[in-house]
Design a protein around this ligand. Structure first.
Ligand code: SAM
Length: 287
């Protein structure tokens, strides 16, 4: 099955949306990946692959932690993101970070790597088993793979509360019924530990562990920004975009309904912080 539609989406509409809200993602996601990386002590000089690296901020942080002899390689299927990664690493003068455009489901990932890391970079694969196998095969024997993925939607109201609200108002168009590009399976596709551990095991990973990590994340500096974020990002944003003319027509009704839904997360200073819940998943390539 070709991944063209998903790659096109990440290169265009989704890249544009993520760029508009980059400051929220970089800060919010960093607070989660810092915790995950605290549990991973990279050896000096290690080679680390960052899967679905997006803007590359995680890759650059890993490269800095590895020391001059180490090397972090960010891989992403979207050239738009990789262009930004190269810009950022040049601006920060980080010499031991490299970036490549590749489809993790299908392409050679280089290596061998001592470790692989993915922060919210594995939830959008059409064929996740193939991608996991490819990642494992890029690791040295005994190499560790750490992934951060969202847990179930009910524990992630920062995305799910807006989705429920939008579903009440906007007709839902399935990926099979539209010619529009889309993001692939979506942010909760790796939420089920039974399914994910079976998949990792079936492609040869061993010593699979899940750690739950809960934290509040900032989804807007004020209610207007948080509503805009909800309208564009995640399942709610995808429902509105795929509904095309209906989505546009119903937007003002959604905005009104979101005032209460998002307002419940407002802090005294007006900033909006909602609960989030992730898995830190670790697995090893056998020795
Ligand atoms: C939600 S973003 C996460 C980006 C980054 N890891 C972060 O935490 O900010 C998911 C990323 O996975 C990339 N991606 C999706 N499918 C992919 C595939 N098949 N191969 C490589 N990258 C992929 C997308 O282009 C996007 O940059």
């Amino acid at each position: 099955m070709s991944n063209e539609i998903v790659i096109e989406a990440w290169n265009t509409v989704l890249f544009d949306k993520f760029t508009r809200f980059k400051y929220l993602f970089v800060e919010g996601y960093a607070s989660i990946s810092e915790e995950a990386l605290k549990r991973t002590s990279y050896l000096e000089g290690a080679r680390v692959l960052d899967v679905g690296c997006g803007f590359g901020d995680c890759t650059i942080n890993i490269a800095k932690a590895l020391g001059a002899e180490g090397r972090a390689t960010g891989v992403d299927c979207a050239s738009s993101f990789i262009r930004e990664c190269n810009k950022s690493s040049a601006e920060e003068n980080v010499k031991n970070a490299a970036f490549m455009i590749a489809d993790v489901e299908a392409d050679d990932l280089g290596g061998p790597y001592d470790e692989a890391f993915a922060r919210f970079g594995t939830m959008f694969f059409n064929l996740p088993g193939l991608a996991m196998k490819n990642i494992r095969q890029s690791l040295v024997p005994g190499g560790k793979f750490t992934q951060v993925v969202w847990r179930k939607r009910e524990d992630n109201p920062w995305l799910h509360a807006a989705e429920l609200c939008v579903r009440e108002i906007v007709p839902v168009i399935s990926h099979d019924d539209t010619k529009a590009v889309h993001c692939g399976p979506g942010p909760f596709s790796m939420a089920g530990p039974d399914m994910v551990s079976d998949m990792l095991q079936s492609v040869g990973f061993e010593r699979i562990q899940f750690e739950r990590f809960d934290s509040d994340i900032c989804i807007g500096r004020n209610i207007e920004e948080a509503i805009q974020f909800a309208l564009e990002i995640g399942p709610a944003g995808e429902i509105i975009r795929l509904a095309e003319a209906d989505g546009e027509r119903l937007k003002s009704t959604v905005v009104e309904a979101l005032q209460d839904v998002i307002g419940q997360f407002a802090r005294e200073d007006g900033t909006i912080w909602a609960p989030s819940s992730a898995w830190f998943i670790t697995a090893y390539n056998p020795r």
